[in-house]
Design a binder for this molecule. Structure first.
Ligand SMILES: CCCCC/C=C\C/C=C\CCCCCCCC(=O)SCCNC(=O)CCNC(=O)[C@H](O)C(C)(C)COP(=O)(O)OP(=O)(O)OC[C@H]1O[C@@H](n2cnc3c(N)ncnc32)[C@H](O)[C@@H]1OP(=O)(O)O
Length: 240
């Protein structure tokens, strides 16, 4: 259910209660939109259409789902729950250190999936293995406002980092962002849809160079372009 701005928690304690209190009630999307893992936990796929998606986002999503039919593109599911195997692999890099307490970790969720449906980051990603490309269809909701009526630059940076990160992780394994360089060329109207097209450019040892551009749905407006450097994690080194 969409929450109005008036219903947003105004105090820190209200915010904490909203974030850390009782688990959110499940919003069952119906059989066609449930996804299951081999784990006992049922993970809901947040990258499938929901009522907050605009016509533009639905049309683009359908176009990419068609491209998936011959196997050249893959739709990447996105869960608010953790991916246990990847998280376990990632935790091995922390070695002996415990930077985050277990109870805090149990509250953790991906930043881009931490808003109510429709209010924050609505997106779906598609991956082309042969071309080493990832495309993100992104609709930034009303809680992501920067300049009045426009998307916050940090929200776009988040989606660029996530798209480049997914592109790198899908192609190569466990990496972290070392450098992100973004040119903001044209502001993005709030609640509009943009297409983030990323590609893997070069691999040099542990370094992966990726880039992307962000365009309007009609492709006429170049909103941003960006480059990223991702470093493969070294199991011999602690992150903390
Ligand atoms: C990332 C998540 C993994 C978990 C996966 C689990 C589930 C996946 C599900 C969904 C995917 C979502 C994708 C989300 C993407 C989000 C990505 C992030 O936001 S990551 C968070 C932000 N980044 C950080 O906090 C990184 C902090 N930095 C570090 O930890 C380290 O600096 C490092 C990047 C790990 C590199 O350190 P390391 O000691 O290993 O390397 P070196 O310093 O020896 O450098 C190696 C090599 O790289 C060059 N280098 C390093 N940094 C830079 C830089 N900033 N600019 C240019 N070059 C750099 C360095 O010179 C060395 O080069 P050379 O070998 O030629 O000498």
């Amino acid at each position: 259910m969409l929450r109005s701005c008036a219903a947003r928690p105004r105090t820190l304690s209200a915010l904490r209660a909203a974030r850390g209190g009782a688990p959110r009630p499940a919003r069952d999307p119906g059989p066609a939109r449930r996804s299951f893992s081999t784990e006992k936990v049922i993970h809901k796929d947040h990258s499938l259409p929901n009522p907050s998606w605009s016509k533009d986002l639905r049309l683009l999503f359908d176009q990419f789902m068609k491209k998936c039919e011959d196997g050249s593109w893959k739709h990447l599911p996105s869960s608010e729950c953790k991916v246990p195997q990847r998280i376990h692999s990632f935790k091995t890099y922390f070695l002996d250190s415990k930077p985050v307490k277990e109870d805090q970790l149990s509250q953790a969720r991906p930043f881009t999936r931490s808003y109510e449906v429709g209010q924050g980051f609505e997106y779906a990603m598609f991956y082309n293995e042969d071309e080493k490309r990832t495309v993100c269809l992104f609709q930034g909701g009303p809680y992501l406002e920067g300049p009045p009526g426009f998307l916050h630059g940090g929200a776009l940076a988040t989606m660029i980092d996530t798209t480049l990160g997914v592109c790198t992780i899908s192609c190569m394994g466990l990496f972290m962002t070392a450098n992100l360089n973004i040119n903001f060329k044209s502001p993005i109207p709030l609640c509009s849809v943009v297409v983030i097209s990323s590609q893997l450019d070069k691999v040099e040892g542990r370094k992966v160079f990726v880039s992307c551009n962000v365009r309007s749905v009609d492709e006429k407006t170049l909103h941003s372009d960006a480059t990223g450097l991702f470093i493969k994690l070294d199991p011999e080194k602690s992150l903390t």
